[in-house]
Design a binder for this molecule. Structure first.
Ligand code: NAD
Length: 336
């Protein structure tokens, strides 16, 4: 099928080109995000392929439909950027990649914990300047620590297993208890109890109206003084302003973020020559005990291969008139 591929970076092209040898779709790459200004580029393409910061609202979907597009292939799990009601009305097929590598994200959460606890980022900078002082680099043993996991789906379960391997006691909160976690001896508890008892809290639930700003001023006040908070899930699970207050009062001892509520204007781009306009983000970056990565938790070669394979397969299935299990429709509840 002829596919207009938006928001592409060199690494996307590389993995798609490689896997497309097995599919032979005709791929045309665009660096630009898909939105109302760029939708004309998709005219005449039966399929568009998009990522997390592309905008598929009513205006864009109607233009796509008028231009002959009938398939929207998301290169991600989340579909909160697609107006599904309009897509359904226009008969557009929306497909996604529900799981590409839960290990990638779980391992990145672990990397943030280890780096923050032992201050690897600061130690690296010091040693490069021949400063071998240990002052300010004191960590704590993970062994024996209590770790609260919010959301024990694919990623949360793997993360829980990894951190159990460090000798931590895992407490979990989820709307559903996962048998694998129960078999691992993980204790499900209330969110408040998890907040009170955990030395480290790691978020692995989706962003929904219920989980929006799950960690705000009230939740932070319930936590142990000096708690470590890790968010590799979605930025708006936490209230960034409340995090800043928690860091200033030292209620929060460590903060690791791979996602940020306003990341759409920042992440995935090289803005090193530009003036940063986001004052909240700028303030977060002033704390020595904050470590931020730019939505890179998914970014392993295994995940990129899986994303490319599932995306191109999804398009092929639709082209061949087969049932595509990764179809998203208005009744889909999972909005991660
Ligand atoms: P999943 O659907 O397998 O698991 C999500 C879990 O959260 C489920 O067990 C669900 O019951 C639970 N949940 C739903 N609502 C909840 C609530 N209100 N409170 C507590 N738990 C709740 O999803 P997954 O594959 O494990 O992914 C988890 C999240 O990771 C995704 O939603 C996504 O936001 C994020 N993610 C981030 C990256 C990254 O690169 N940083 C990549 C992929 C996914």
């Amino acid at each position: 099928m002829r596919v207009a591929v938006f928001s592409t970076k060199v690494y996307d092209r590389r993995s798609l080109e490689d896997i497309n040898k097995n599919f032979q779709h005709e791929l045309r790459y665009f660096d630009a995000h898909l939105n109302a200004d760029t939708v004309a580029l998709a005219k005449g393409y039966p399929a568009v392929c998009v990522f997390v910061n592309d905008v598929l609202d009513q205006v864009v979907l109607e233009k796509l439909s008028e231009g002959g597009t009938r398939v929207i292939a998301l290169r991600c799990a989340g579909f909160n950027n697609v107006d599904l009601a309009t897509a359904t009305r226009l008969g557009l097929e929306v497909v996604r990649v529900p799981a590409y590598s839960p290990y990638a994200v779980a391992e990145h959460a672990m990397a943030l914990i280890l780096a923050l606890n032992r201050q690897i980022h600061r130690a690296h900078n010091r040693v490069r300047e021949n400063n071998f002082s240990l002052e300010g680099l004191l960590g704590f043993d993970l062994n024996g620590s209590v770790v609260g996991v919010v959301g024990t789906g694919k990623i949360g379960t793997i993360f829980a297993k990894i951190i159990q391997g460090f000798g931590c006691q895992v407490l979990a909160y989820d709307c559903y208890q996962n048998q694998t976690c129960l078999d691992l001896g993980i204790e499900y508890t209330s969110l408040d109890h998890l907040f009170e008892k955990s030395d480290i809290i790691s978020l692995h639930c989706p962003l929904t109206p219920e989980t929006y700003h799950l960690i705000g001023e009230v939740a932070i006040a319930k936590m142990k003084k000096g708690v470590m908070i890790i968010n590799t899930s979605r930025g708006a699970l936490v209230d960034a302003q409340a995090l800043i207050e928690g860091l200033k009062s030292e209620q929060i001892g460590f903060l690791g973020l791979d996602v940020y509520e306003e990341e759409g204007d920042l992440f995935f781009e090289d803005l090193s020559g530009k003036v940063l306009q986001d004052d909240v983000f700028a303030r977060l970056m002033t704390f020595p005990n904050v470590l931020v990565t730019g939505h890179q938790a998914f970014f392993t070669k295994n995940a990129l291969e899986n994303i490319a394979t599932t995306t191109l397969e999804n398009i092929k299935n639709i082209e061949d008139g087969l049932v595509c299990l990764n179809r998203v429709n208005v009744t889909s509840l999972n909005r991660n």
